[in-house]
Design a protein around this ligand. Structure first.
Ligand code: NAD
Length: 251
């Protein structure tokens, strides 16, 4: 998908995993890219890789749970690249713990990053989209919110919040030319899944029993879907949960 006019995209958690691949795909589509991450070293590496390929790209050090840091990053992007047209709310943490052991602090931390962070980042840039009468917000949720997930009650609750947030915001901003959609990944091969594989020895049996297409997801599977939802071709798609999951959970 290529854009008919210049577009600036912010990708949170863009330093690695799904976020880094999303940066590459949106850059391929012709967008200027702002890589937002609390890991500034890796974020700078992704931005440098894109610049080497001829893309306008910057990295911003930001903890998305801090309104001051998010607002400062948005100002930096406007100054360096221009108003934001596309936001991918991808940054997140995915803690695992038995329900009875989850502490109040742990509950608040995962909500601060996954749910409040999504709100703060969107609010920081949506004014640009309203002014332009065009915008794309793509939230990365999780299949755990659709199917449930043991030992991830706090995490799944944040991602359920992200899905509800997507629908409510989509209704509010659709008349302004802005679409809001979410993608709930499941079992995509990133560092998190590699550590699961190390713990379990092999995930082959899991894949055989739970994923109809019989393979784990790759970051490109998610990035392709983001590319479509960010494109001009998707203007009639809003409030949607696009389940890119190899058939693991069917709506
Ligand atoms: N990989 C999967 O199978 C899978 C499945 C379901 C949902 N997801 C969701 O997809 C998203 C990306 O997952 P991933 O596997 O690429 O994760 P990852 O851990 O590989 O990458 C997450 C990135 O977000 C950044 N980040 C975390 N907290 C941050 C904060 N407070 N402020 C700024 N940056 C922060 C990290 O530094 C990291 O670069 C997450 O929201 C995750 O919940 C992933």
């Amino acid at each position: 998908m290529t854009f008919s006019t210049k577009k600036v995209a912010v990708v949170t958690g863009g330093a690695e995993g799904l976020g880094a691949e999303i940066c590459r795909f949106l850059a391929r589509d012709g967008a200027d890219i702002a890589v937002w991450d609390r890991n500034i070293g890796l974020a700078q590496q992704v931005a440098a890789e894109l610049r080497d390929a001829g893309v306008n790209a910057i990295a911003c050090e930001v903890d998305i749970s801090s309104k001051a840091q998010v607002d400062a990053a948005a100002a930096k992007v406007r100054e360096a690249l221009g108003p934001v047209a596309i936001l991918v709310n991808n940054a997140g943490i995915s803690p695992e713990k038995s329900f009875v052991d989850i502490t109040e602090d742990e509950w608040e931390r995962v909500f601060d990053i996954n749910a409040k962070g999504t709100f703060l980042c969107t609010q920081a840039v949506i004014g640009d989209m309203i002014d332009a009468k065009w915008g794309r917000v793509i939230n990365i949720s999780s299949s755990s919110a659709q199917s449930g997930a043991p030992r991830m009650v706090h995490y799944a609750a944040t991602k359920g919040a992200v899905i509800a947030y997507t629908k409510a915001l989509a209704r509010e901003v659709a008349p302004m030319g802005i679409t809001v959609n979410n993608i709930p990944p499941s079992t995509v091969y990133t560092a998190g899944l590699q550590s699961m594989e190390e713990r379990l020895g092999s995930i082959d049996e899991y894949v055989k029993n739970t994923i109809p297409v019989q393979r784990v997801g790759q970051p490109a599977d998610i990035a392709n879907a983001v590319s479509f939802l960010a494109s001009e071709a998707s203007s009639y798609v809003t409030g949607v949960t696009l389940s890119v999951n190899g058939g693991r959970y069917m709506q």
